[in-house]
Design a protein. Sequence first.
Length: 121
Amino acid sequence: MAPTLLVPASASVDRTKQQPDEGVLRKRNEELEKQLKKAMEREEKMREELQRMWERLRVAEEAEERLCSQLGELEAEAVDQARSYRSNIMTLMDQLSAAQKLLQAASISVPTSSTSSLLLS
């Protein structure tokens, strides 16, 4: 036996009165289509903006990589220069020490830094 569906008496009222007018449906459909079109336009604009931002990010990353590379090269150059200057200072100190020893061996008095400052003033 198939199940039966009981319909209340109030439900048997004319359904045409409950359904919206065709003009109202068309108007609502047009509104929804306009909203959809606007949403699609916004989505396309956002997609284009995202693409532009992505390109800017790529350019910035490449610039950062170049700057890091240049910074590394400059640091290496600075270390080389510091080593060279240190080597020159050590050579000059050795020469000065040897000159002082020669002067002391020759019994010539060499003014110290405190004595030289008195002489200069």
